[in-house]
Design a protein around this ligand. Structure first.
Ligand code: BES
Ligand code: MN
Ligand code: ZN
Length: 486
């Protein structure tokens, strides 16, 4: 998709050359800023009950008289916030989906001149509505003929819009990569495949990418990660990718993503219903690789390390059994009471490995617990950290990127639940506060740096008719990383 900007005022829209003109109206007063032709079309649509100034409402007019564009779409938006503007852009572009428009010009009335945030929201909305999964369904219907989107804005906004479009496109490319990886079924997206994709990304952007095999992982002493991997015939991989945009001496940001390419639960096997969705259990890995791509595209002056432990969780003949005790890379022993709590077992060794980078901070991302879905549903990602400053930065990035997150508690009292008579800790803490005790488990491996954990179990994918990966939290992570640039 090609994104551009063009200087135009709202009272000249009727003469803009394009296949479709999308006019987003923030509030009823927005109508006063339109030229006479468009104002009449709008009043007509309202009078005939085809359009209302209500959030989510949009109407498509074909070949309206007096307008150069072959189509006009009006889309309503409540307050002129980036969030409701994004929803209106999505509704407007949705009207054109599957149609013949190749070039859409977008104007916003009632929101003042365009801004970087508005431009970024437009790119995000277009990316989200036009993505189509094809890897194992090459015949899936196209989203339409859309090739170019032009944002109409005033001269004064030009620079901000350029920046917003660039960031939006980098984030959208990262989101698309994350969706592509996570949507691939488990027999396609294996740990080996993820390793190859990381290598490919490294080649494309000139990044240092290492992919460790089982032997190398054994050498590092990752007894906990390997315990999960041992139940599967599919070999594990440990991916380390580095982006250098600042002096090598500058402490990097480290992102760690859970890469379970399929989670059967292991011997503590999951029920059959909806188990197919456990192919999305590498959503954390997909999102940190997507973020790496977005950051490599934007080239900020900072260093970033992305770490992905990846394997399958299977109930093979050599699989771990409830009660087994393993030794993590940190030296701490773990009693595996439930083999379905495998995410924390692979992440803990990756978190210990992260120490060698002397990180400025570490953020891990994981589809970690069903309990997080019960707590927050599918709207907010769960944020866990004992570091108030880091929490504030991540929440600010969440707000700015329209990628919601909610801070959860992480008080020491929750640690009690992980006590074991046979090891330094158990790997589960019971049903109560399951998302928190999972985070508490990870915390035991993060003493040497500033750390936060994002539980994306409810936000990494959608179920039902719209089943598919969302690419979240690539927007949040990209904004967070960019906010750390000097
Ligand atoms: N990958 C799952 C978490 C999950 C479950 C995400 C459902 C999204 C939807 C994770 O590995 C898991 O199985 N967690 C267990 C932990 C429990 C055994 C303490 C869970 O949430 O049931
Ligand atoms: Mn599991
Ligand atoms: Zn899992």
């Amino acid at each position: 998709m090609d994104f551009r900007q063009h200087t135009a005022s709202l009272d000249t829209l009727a003469s803009v050359a394009c296949d479709a003109l999308l006019v987003v109206l923030a509030g009823e007063k927005a109508e006063r800023t339109l030229d006479a032709t468009l104002a009449r079309l709008l009043a007509d649509a309202v009078a005939h009950g085809d359009f209302e100034f209500k959030r989510g409402k949009a109407v498509l007019l074909h070949r309206p008289a007096g307008v150069k564009a072959a189509r006009v779409v009006f889309a309503a938006c409540g307050a002129a916030t980036p969030k409701s503007l994004k929803a209106a852009f999505a509704a407007g572009v949705g009207q054109l989906k599957g149609g013949g428009s190749r070039h859409v010009a977008v104007a916003v009335g009632g929101a003042g001149d365009a801004s970087a945030e508005l431009a970024e929201a437009l790119v995000a909305a277009v990316g989200e509505t036009t993505y189509v999964y094809r890897h194992t369904k090459p015949g899936a219907p196209a989203a339409g003929a859309l090739e170019r989107v032009t944002l109409l804005c005033g001269k004064a906004a030009a620079k901000a819009v350029t920046q917003g479009l660039a960031r939006g496109q980098a984030v959208a490319a990262g989101v698309t990569l994350a969706r592509e990886l996570a949507n691939r079924p488990g027999n396609h997206c294996t740990p080996t495949y993820l390793g190859e994709q990381a290598k490919k990304l490294g080649k494309e952007y000139g990044l240092k990418v290492e992919v460790l095999d089982r032997k190398a992982i054994e050498k590092l002493g990752m007894g906990s990660f390997l315990a999960v991997a041992q139940g599967s015939a599919e070999p594990p991989r440990f991916i380390v990718a580095q982006y250098h945009g600042a002096a090598k001496t500058q402490a990097p940001i480290v992102l760690v993503g859970k890469g379970i390419t399929f989670d059967t639960g292991g011997i503590s096997i999951k029920p059959a219903a909806e188990m197919d969705e456990m192919k999305f259990d590498m959503g954390g890995a997909a999102s940190v690789l997507g973020t790496l791509r977005a950051v490599a595209e934007l080239k900020p002056k900072l260093n970033l390390v992305v770490i992905v432990p990846t394997c399958e969780n299977m109930p093979g003949g050599r699989a771990i059994k409830p009660g087994d005790v393993v030794k993590s890379m940190s030296g701490q022993t773990i009693e595996i009471l439930n083999t379905d709590a495998e995410g924390r077992l692979i992440l803990c060794d990756a978190l210990t490995y992260a120490e060698r980078f002397k990180p400025a901070c570490v953020v891990d991302v994981a589809t970690l617990t069903g309990a997080c879905v019960i707590a927050l549903g599918h709207h907010h990602t769960g944020l866990f950290t004992a570091d108030d400053a880091l929490a504030a930065q991540l929440l600010a990035a969440s707000t700015a990127s329209l990628d919601p997150a909610w801070r959860m508690p992480l008080d020491e009292e929750y640690e009690e639940a992980l006590k074991s008579n046979f090891a330094d800790m158990g790997n589960v803490g019971g049903r109560a506060g399951g998302a928190i005790t999972a985070a508490m488990f990870l915390r035991k491996f993060t003493g040497k740096y500033r750390w936060a954990h994002l539980d994306i179990a409810g936000t990494a994918w959608k179920s039902g008719a719209a089943k598919g990966a969302t690419g979240r939290p690539v927007p949040l992570l990209t904004h967070f990383v960019m906010s750390q640039a000097s």
